[in-house]
Design a protein around this ligand. Structure first.
Ligand SMILES: NC(=O)C1=CN([C@@H]2O[C@H](COP(=O)(O)OP(=O)(O)OC[C@H]3O[C@@H](n4cnc5c(N)ncnc54)[C@H](O)[C@@H]3O)[C@@H](O)[C@H]2O)[C@@H](O)CC1
Ligand SMILES: Nc1ncnc2c1ncn2[C@@H]1O[C@H](COP(=O)(O)OP(=O)(O)O)[C@@H](O)[C@H]1O
Ligand SMILES: [K+]
Length: 496
């Protein structure tokens, strides 16, 4: 696999997620290379028909066609299903005479009866093809289009490009949308296919090749990737024969007195992720607990921030983690600032973020380019009260640009943004991870990888992926303690 200047795979991998505008640009770039819109539309219709026939060999299809190119795809599907022996009825929203360009061509190639769109078009159908609106959705779906979609009932629905009414970028429903059983989209997915809540409406998603060459992405230069091991497999650190425990990566982490479980979960995760040496700095009075419960972690006690700074000043330390179980007293803030002065790649999580509520500029002034901040939505709001809205992708990106740090915004989808504008979205997490302590494990995994790579975006992406994978393997009933023991198995899977 080739890679771009910043080490990410080049655009010819299939992990990019495109905006609606970039999808149009991809069509345009393909056409500039001599591939006609007609050819693309025939290929799109053929892909949909192929996917339908593979699942439902025969039946009666109601094809709901809209006034644009999404409807054009629908006419191709109508023709190909009819050729395959299906009974087909076509209902058109708007007038035939208003169809333009390729859509008009495909309506003529269909050449059979076209009825005005009404609810009756659904009578007796065993399958509905939703080709009303795709990328061109420009306002809420209402009127007869909404009535028809809402009248579909239990019949399977195949959506062309996206379920009509689902916005490809915002992933929100405009007006109404009928969840599809199967969605066939083209070239590369859009955000609505991969992230909540849109993805819930798409059912199974097939991304069909319609002949758009991957090279068009060189012009488009997309910035959003789905987090998958193919994105970074080659860059996962592995120990070599020259390595020793220090050269693999030495992580220094801060622990507190009360929430001792959080620091222990994080320490274990960092070890499992491959940090060769984890040095845990604990307040004197809690250090015995850490010593007896973390056999292979080196625990050093401190009395004050100066003592803490001395522990982490060990020159072999090449990454720090602070936050899980730190506590929210004033000394905590001093320790965060002392950690940042150490100027090694650093993960800041939990209390290390919450401590700066109302005083976030002090934190931001002291961040450096090696930092990863891993807030959940609540911690994010405390740090960035001025950022409104619920679009987590936009929020993570704005925060990364503002702070110059990598921001990993946790949730059902986790968005990882770099100050340079790259965004990696982690889509594979199961809701079983919504249990106390799993965030501490995530912070530890990222810190353990950061100690080996020194690369914030890469480490956050690998850590988030391994965390989700561990969640899947552990399954229902999981608790945070279950995750780290699964990391060796996951590393084996990745290295296979
Ligand atoms: N041209 C190409 O290169 C390709 C295009 N393809 C298809 O083309 C689609 C995009 O086509 P278009 O740009 O024509 O867009 P659409 O067909 O998605 O919709 C555009 C039309 O619908 C109207 N409209 C939008 N929202 C409406 C609403 N809520 N109520 C009523 N009318 C509404 C618009 O005014 C416009 O007339 C893709 O989703 C895909 O299915 C595919 O054929 C693949 C190749
Ligand atoms: N509904 C959900 N679906 C998938 N993952 C989730 C969901 N809710 C939470 N998670 C994941 O669980 C972890 C919780 O982290 P966090 O909120 O910091 O918990 P804690 O502070 O208790 O460790 C994050 O990695 C988050 O992405
Ligand atoms: K559609």
């Amino acid at each position: 696999m080739t890679s771009n200047a910043r080490g990410w795979p080049d655009y010819t991998t299939d992990l990019n997620i495109l905006t609606v505008a970039q999808c149009y640009q991809a069509d345009q770039e393909a056409m500039a290379r001599g591939i006609t819109g007609e050819t693309l539309m025939e290929a799109a219709g053929a892909a949909i028909a192929r996917e339908i026939l593979a699942r439902w060999p025969s039946g009666k299809a109601a094809i709901l066609c809209g006034p644009g190119n999404n409807g054009g795809d629908g006419f191709v599907v109508a023709r190909l299903l009819k050729e395959a022996g299906w009974q087909v009825v076509v209902g058109l929203l708007g007038e035939w005479s208003q169809l333009r360009g390729d859509a008009s061509t495909m309506a003529q190639r269909w050449g059979e009866d076209v009825r005005p769109l009404t609810v009756e078009i659904l009578d007796g159908a065993t399958l509905v093809v939703d080709a009303l609106f795709g990328a061109g959705l420009s306002k809420p779906v209402e009127g007869i289009a909404a009535e028809t979609l809402e009248a579909i009932g239990q019949v399977p629905v195949v959506a062309v490009d996206v379920p009509s009414g689902l916005h490809g970028d915002s992933t929100e429903i405009l007006g109404t949308a009928r969840p599809a059983d199967l969605t066939v989209t083209f070239f590369r997915p859009k955000r609505a296919h991969r992230t909540y809540p849109g993805a819930l409406h798409c059912g199974e998603v097939v991304v069909a090749d319609i002949g758009i060459p991957a090279e068009v992405l060189d012009q488009i230069a997309p910035t959003l990737w789905e987090n998958d091991l193919e994105l970074w497999r080659d860059r996962l650190p592995r120990p070599g024969w020259r390595d020793n425990k220090f050269s693999r990566g030495m992580l220094a982490m801060a622990a507190g007195v009360e929430m001792t479980g959080a620091a222990r979960l994080a320490a274990r995760a960092a070890q499992r992720a491959g940090a060769g040496y984890v040095l845990l700095a604990s307040p004197e009075k809690a250090s015995t607990l850490y010593r007896v419960s973390l056999e292979s972690v080196v625990v050093k006690g401190y009395r004050d921030t100066l003592g803490y700074s001395e522990i982490i000043s060990d020159e072999r330390v090449n990454a720090c983690l602070i936050g899980p179980g730190l506590g929210t007293d004033f000394g905590g803030m001093e320790k965060v600032l002392a950690t940042l002065r150490r100027e090694v790649p650093t993960v800041l999580d939990a209390d290390a973020l919450s401590l700066f509520e109302g005083n976030s500029e002090l934190l931001f002034e002291n961040l450096h380019g090696g930092c990863v901040l891993t807030p959940h939505a609540g911690e994010f709001k405390r740090l960035f009260p001025e950022f409104g809205g619920e679009d987590y992708l936009a929020l993570a990106l704005a925060a990364a640009k503002k702070t110059g740090a990598v921001i990993l915004l946790k949730g059902a989808n986790t968005f990882i943004a770099s100050p340079e504008g790259e965004i990696i979205v982690n889509t594979g997490a199961s809701a079983d991870l919504a249990t106390a302590g799993t965030g501490d494990v995530l912070a530890g995994l990222i810190a353990g990888i950061l100690a080996q790579t020194g690369e914030p975006l890469l480490s956050a992406s690998i850590g988030a992926w391994m965390h989700s994978r561990a969640g899947k393997l552990a399954g229902p009933g999981l608790i945070a303690e279950d995750l780290s023991p699964l990391i060796p198995k996951i590393l084996n899977e990745i290295n296979r």
